[in-house]
Design a protein. Structure first.
Length: 244
């Protein structure tokens, strides 16, 4: 059975979230683009924005570009998780302690539907997909850490991305793809049947990731990704868009 791919739009606040919802985004992902690869949004702003969405789409949020220290990561995951987001995103940043620190997150990974983010331009030396499954994470994503160094497909061949998606699915994880993706990347990546395709710069005015979200740009990406009409057991929609 074909996997239905959902459109993830990364936004920095409730105003941008409203635009992304209007364009038909399936998952609203909160992060602050001026604060790094996975910059965190202010917790109060995040909680208010999630509340304002009120089930019109699923939500995720990053915990920030943090050092790979287990206690600090655990506290950040719990802090973001208590805002009401559906998924909490944690980056596997290059660090000799990354594997051990992530392994210790098992007690909070299931509780807060953790998604482990891997960076195509700084891939970990350990098997992060297997580790994500072992700690009970909900999914894994490929992204890029250096946002001026090209897109996901500038760092990995399409076959490598396909193997990532296949391995994630084999472990029962959702598989997301992001990393400075543009409209031209949608068709080849859709063919791999990922769970999510994530965008930021392609949704912004002038294609600049720190600029504001633009409705027309969001709509152009939405038009390239077939809408999911029926709920899926993999990532069920909370409410029909017609009710929002």
């Amino acid at each position: 059975m074909r996997t239905e791919t959902r459109f993830l739009a990364s936004v920095r606040d409730d105003a941008e979230a409203s635009i992304a919802l209007q364009a038909g985004a399936d998952l609203i992902d909160f992060k602050e683009p001026s604060a790094g690869a996975l910059g965190a949004v202010d917790p109060t702003l995040l909680a208010n924005a999630v509340s304002s969405i009120a089930g019109c789409a699923q939500t995720s949020a990053t915990i920030g570009d943090l050092p790979m220290e287990s206690e600090r990561l655990r506290e950040a995951v719990m802090s973001v998780g208590t805002t009401g987001v559906d998924y909490v995103k944690l980056g596997a940043f290059p660090d000799q302690h990354a594997e051990a620190a992530i392994a210790e997150l098992a007690p909070v990974a299931r509780e807060h539907s953790l998604i482990l983010v891997l960076f195509a331009d700084a891939m970990p030396e350990f098997d992060a997909v297997a580790l994500a499954a072992a700690i009970g994470a909900h999914g894994v994503m490929l992204d890029t850490m250096g946002k001026s160094g090209g897109s996901l497909l500038d760092h990995l061949e399409i076959g490598e991305v396909a193997r990532f998606v296949s391995r994630a699915r084999g472990y029962g994880l959702i598989a997301g793809l992001a990393g400075s993706l543009k409209a031209r990347h949608v068709a080849p990546l859709l063919a791999l049947e990922p769970s999510l395709l994530g965008f930021r710069s392609a949704l912004c005015r002038g294609g600049a990731r720190t600029a504001s979200i633009d409705l027309e740009a969001c709509a152009r990406i939405r038009a390239l990704i077939p809408s999911v009409n029926e709920p899926s057991g993999e990532m069920p929609r909370l409410l029909s868009p017609a009710l929002c």
